[in-house]
Design a protein around this ligand. Structure first.
Ligand code: HH2
Length: 280
């Protein structure tokens, strides 16, 4: 299994770690920390040194209730960071749902488009098709400002799966190759804690849809609901969720805490590769 992106064919026979770089003043866990480009570039370098397999740059927060940012401002935040990130030897993804930002990022050598709206905005499919970029199609409903009102499901696994398959088909019909597509259940997006947990419990079904699965549990609110911990104390919970997701078929985990996650995934992969001795 692999994920074809612009410059890199990412081997997914072992799970990969995508490091989050939020160039925003208001992201839920690290907003304001890397919102000047020098700090964000230093953060990219640190994450690569810690073993990140992919960098994911975002210029607009998608936390519940986050305000929208216009394409020019979003691009102004990302552009200098992207220019430096693409020199670091790992694939670089841009977390955006705006076709205008996708187009500019792809012109500036981004490898992957990570779209929380699964290329549903007019012009988004066309912005990616023909570029050779990889794409992550994520499930959500509505927009961050209103999405929690839409958290109503019968069978959350089936409904998320059906949406993702439909978006993957639309992407392929628009000319995006199947091996460039990764799917993401969108933990925390238009989903209650109960939905997120049911989705993870049933995630193996999504991993069998025929596309690699990328997941983001890092520091999310459901982990706080379970442990009672604030956002800056959710590393152990995030590691547990990441490993549970890997055990249920995820091939890429999107995280803030790269060094710790790389170690955890290495241990998981080592055990996964070990042979069980025959009992004579
Ligand atoms: N989660 C967030 C943002 N982008 N993209 C994908 N594919 N999957 C996710 O689960 C996902 C995502 C939210 O996390 P974060 O980037 O830390 O926060 P914010 O949106 O507030 O910047």
């Amino acid at each position: 299994m692999h994920w074809q992106t612009r410059r890199f064919r990412i081997d997914l026979t072992r799970p990969r770690v995508m490091g989050i770089v939020n160039v925003t003043p208001d992201s839920f866990s690290d907003g304001g920390r890397h919102d000047d480009s020098r700090a964000a570039i230093a953060h990219c370098e640190r994450l690569v040194a810690e073993g990140a397999d992919i960098l994911d740059l975002g210029g607009e927060s998608t936390r519940p209730g986050a305000p929208r940012v216009d394409a020019d401002s979003e691009w102004a935040r990302i552009a200098p960071v992207l220019a430096a990130a693409v020199t670091l030897g790992v694939p670089v993804s841009v977390d955006t749902y705006k076709p205008e930002v996708m187009r500019r990022a792809l012109d500036a050598s981004a490898d992957i488009v990570n779209d929380v709206q699964a290329l549903q905005l007019p012009g988004a499919l066309a912005a990616v098709a023909g570029s050779g970029a990889g794409v992550c199609l994520m499930h959500m409903r509505g927009e961050p400002a209103s999405m929690m009102e839409l958290a109503v499901y019968g069978d959350v696994v089936a409904e998320v799966g059906a949406f993702l398959v439909q978006r993957a088909r639309a992407a392929q019909e628009a000319g995006i190759p199947a091996d460039a597509i990764a799917l993401d259940p969108g933990y925390g997006f238009a989903k209650s804690a109960e939905h997120n947990l049911s989705l993870l419990a049933g995630q193996q079904r999504l991993a069998e849809l025929g596309y690699p699965l990328l997941v983001g549990w890092s520091r999310k609110r459901t982990l706080g609901d379970i442990t009672g911990r604030p956002v800056d104390q959710r590393l152990p919970a995030s590691l547990a969720a990441a490993l549970r997701a890997v055990a249920a078929g995820a091939r890429v985990v999107r995280v803030h805490d790269v060094a710790a996650t790389v170690d955890a995934v290495k241990v998981w992969a080592a055990v996964d590769a070990a042979k069980i001795p025959d009992i004579a």
